[in-house]
Design a protein around this ligand. Sequence first.
Ligand SMILES: C[S@@+](CC[C@H](N)C(=O)[O-])C[C@H]1O[C@@H](n2cnc3c(N)ncnc32)[C@H](O)[C@@H]1O
Length: 311
Amino acid sequence: MIAVSEDFRILTSQLIDFDLEAYLEAVERPLPECVRLNTLKFREEKVVEFMYGRGWRLEKLPWVRHGYRVLEAPISNLGDSIEHMLGLIYLQGPVSMLPAEVLDVRVGDRCLDLCAAPGSKSTQLAQLVGLEGVVVANDVSQKRVKALSFNLQRWGAVNSVVTLADGRLFSRWGAGLFDRVLVDVPCSSLGVASKDWSVLKKYRQNHGKRLQPLQLALLEAGYRCLKAGGVIVYSTCTIMPVENEAVVSRFLERHPEARLEEVRPEGLKWRRPLEEFGGERFNSEVEKCFKCYPYDNGGEGFFIVKIRGGD
Ligand SMILES: C[S@@+](CC[C@H](N)C(=O)[O-])C[C@H]1O[C@@H](n2cnc3c(N)ncnc32)[C@H](O)[C@@H]1O
């Protein structure tokens, strides 16, 4: 039986579309094993052929290019596989592959990943921009930047640059420089509690409220980095409206020129974001965001918003 804090219980009882029993059942199970294949080193068919020859059985994920569910593998710990060590595959949750996919990255784009470590989405961006493009992968944590650098190196991402800085500073350094920006913010991680149940026991009411100003400031900084007509994606792996709907709604109050685009991926169940929570009514545009709970797809819970900057 997974232990949850009283605050978690109280707060989720106020979420009108949330089923605690289904949630706990879902996060009790490990995430399905999925991989993204590296197209920077070889053509995708070549990697698939190589892996099939070594006993892998894969099933394509419909909502993301290069993403597969692992049906069978020659080794129980996929992180110890030769394919992983050679940087032919990246082990990544199935829904976690969606934010970089919906960013509409084009070959040759100049991309910024503002909160990038340990690099699952930066490696994805690196393969989508190709060798003609550039990814600036930033994170504030020195320890996590080491993992980010290692993963980008393993991936053969010679088109990527790693920076160690508070992402909020990019509003000064990077203003107007990027075609695409990903802001995958630090959050309460309640959508990926299957990786670490302790987040449920430690959760306190003020947790999300404390994170919100940083999340909003990172989104704001990322938005300033966009070239005219560029696209920014904000994502969290949590279920709390204070870090999701409320952040987007407050951002839109400050930026009436920003246009939200619908995120409706093929093959994934999504649910309508809330219209209000805790006495706060959200901007009606918020309904265009993608939201799912862990029990919707047997994967992670995520919230994703796609914004096109003004001209
Ligand atoms: C959800 S994780 C990012 C996961 C990453 N995008 C990936 O897919 O592998 C959030 C990251 O934000 C970083 N972070 C926290 N505060 C930050 C700040 N002020 N500026 C930049 N990064 C920050 C954390 O160190 C953490 O690595």
